[in-house]
Ligand binder design. Structure first.
Ligand code: GLU
Length: 497
């Protein structure tokens, strides 16, 4: 006999059945940040359970297909380190992973649904459907949607009526008593509105999203469908297809949509940050964006906002996901980006800044800055403490790359009165220095101008800073002078004088 105590003492170890998850973007433009957000959660659970994460390209809507969009999906998810185990570019046991290459796969299932009476041909022309919808709207009908004019008719019977189109579509015959409720892993029991007789095969022979997604998720062994909450209304249709085809449903999980600070849904039209590539263009680090998206799923325990992907996976739990749309606050991302920037070694940060300039700012470099990479690398320790994005780096070091400094007039006006007293003495000091290092420059200038001549530091270093950097606020002055070198520093002071 096992005592109660004995049972309680058995250690509880979490064990998971390896799950298969997927992200299924449609290549209809440059990728939405939501694609990365969904990928992150799908991948986290796949890794947590020791399963697989699949990338599938859903390109059945030929009218919305955008050239180059797929390449961007691969590039940006890879940039974020959200790597897939199977996908169109790397293949896998369920290839092909691009729906346009799987058209032959869908057709037999459509035929099966027609034969079993769950689907029917519809020959209504686009004009007739528009007229039907307008009439429904005008009559303020409570149930709208397809009126089933074609249902139960042969082609010839239907051809005798108006609004006939030679190439039919196939529609689902949605039963009146369709079950609209289902269990969602983060929302519990939910229900969706009654669907229309959904088209599953289009006139061009392509399946619609609804047909293709169900067939592919089933054939690819997907165990958890994790997607945005905008798909909740589609789920009863998908559940019907699973039932009619005799397949087990996956586990459903509808993630909350990301929201703008005014709580509206984040869209590419209104918010540049809805475009995934925007973060790369703006100089955010992929690790910062990934961490930021993690925080969008659920607030951290113990306020520990900085969290590696490994730690996120280790503690991952659907139950923690907030169903209220998380607010996309770029200020938080700025803070995280600064944190990750300062976690890099000087060499790593320099390499990232250089790669960023090469990709996005090469034409903004001063024309004469031949050795710009070395100068940027030398300046990294100076600018790192206040750097928020990689994009800002070039402007912060620009004064070191220019042949002649660009003077800020307001700054010049502020220091002008002290120039004749300070600069000639400073020049003497600099010309006489043995080593032109930051510490020697600082010691020399302080000893002579502050200690000997009795000027205040503000009076001394204002004019020198403006002469060297062009502005009253700049990266550390003596280090900047060391990077510029003796000749260039002296030249700047002379021309300023
Ligand atoms: N192709 C759909 C999209 O673009 C996928 C939706 C789903 O995950 O089922 O978001």
């Amino acid at each position: 006999m096992v005592s109660r105590v004995g049972i309680d003492l058995v250690p509880v170890t979490e064990s998971f059945t390896p799950a298969r998850l997927r992200v299924a973007p449609s290549p209809t433009g440059d990728p939405h940040v939501g694609t990365a957000y969904m990928s992150l959660f799908n991948l986290a659970y796949a890794r947590k359970t020791g399963g697989q994460f699949v990338l599938r390209i859903e390109d059945t809507d030929q009218a919305r297909y955008v050239e180059g969009s797929q390449a961007q999906i691969y590039e940006l998810l890879s940039w974020l380190g959200l790597n897939w185990d199977e996908g169109p570019d790397i293949s896998g046991p369920y290839a092909p992973y691009r729906q346009s290459e799987r058209l032959d796969t869908y057709r037999p299932f459509v035929d099966q649904l027609i034969e079993s009476g769950h689907a029917y041909y519809c020959w209504c022309s686009a004009e007739r459907l528009t007229e039907m919808r307008d009439a429904q709207a005008k009559a303020k009908m409570s149930t709208t949607g397809y009126d089933r004019l074609c249902y139960g008719k042969t082609r010839d019977e239907r051809a005798a009526l108006p609004g006939f189109s030679e190439t039919p579509v196939v529609r689902m015959l949605i039963p009146d008593d369709v079950d609209l409720g289902f269990t969602d892993v983060i929302r519990g029991e939910i229900s969706a509105p009654h669907p229309d007789d959904q088209v599953i095969l289009k006139a061009d022979g392509f399946p619609t999203y609804h047909m293709a997604v169900v067939v592919d998720d089933h054939l690819m062994g997907i165990t958890h469908v994790v997607r945005g909450e905008e798909w909740i209304s589609s789920t009863p249709k998908h559940i019907l297809l699973y039932k009619w085809l005799g397949w087990d449903e996956p586990t459903w999980c509808h993630m909350p949509l990301l929201r703008n600070t005014d709580k509206s849904k984040i869209s590419k039209r209104k918010n540049p940050a809805a475009r995934l590539v925007w973060f790369k263009e703006e100089g955010y680090l992929p690790e910062a964006l990934r961490n930021f998206l993690q925080l969008m799923g659920y607030p951290p325990e113990d306020d520990q906002e900085v969290c590696s992907f490994e730690d996120f996976i280790a503690d991952f739990d659907w139950a923690k996901v907030n169903t209220v749309g998380p607010v996309f606050d770029v200020k938080k991302l700025d803070w995280l980006n600064g944190h990750y920037i300062r976690s890099l070694t000087v060499d790593e940060l320099a390499a990232r800044i250089i790669a960023y300039i090469e990709a996005y700012q090469i034409n903004d470099l001063p024309a004469t800055s031949r050795n710009w990479r070395a100068t940027v690398t030398a300046a990294v320790p100076l600018i790192a403490p206040r750097l928020v994005t990689l994009k800002e780096a070039l402007d912060k070091v620009r004064f070191l790359l220019l042949d002649e400094v660009i003077l800020d007039e307001a700054a010049v006006a502020k220091v002008a009165a002290d120039v004749p007293t300070v600069i000639p003495v400073a020049l003497e000091v600099l010309e006489g220095l043995e080593d032109f290092t930051a510490s020697a420059i600082q010691e020399g200038l302080v000893a002579r101008l502050v200690d000997e001549c009795g000027f205040s530091k503000k009076i001394v270093f204002g004019p020198i800073r403006v002469a060297i950097s062009g502005a009253l606020v700049s990266p550390p002055l003596f280090e900047s002078m060391e990077i510029l070198g003796r000749e260039a520093s002296i030249a700047r002071l002379k021309s300023f004088l």
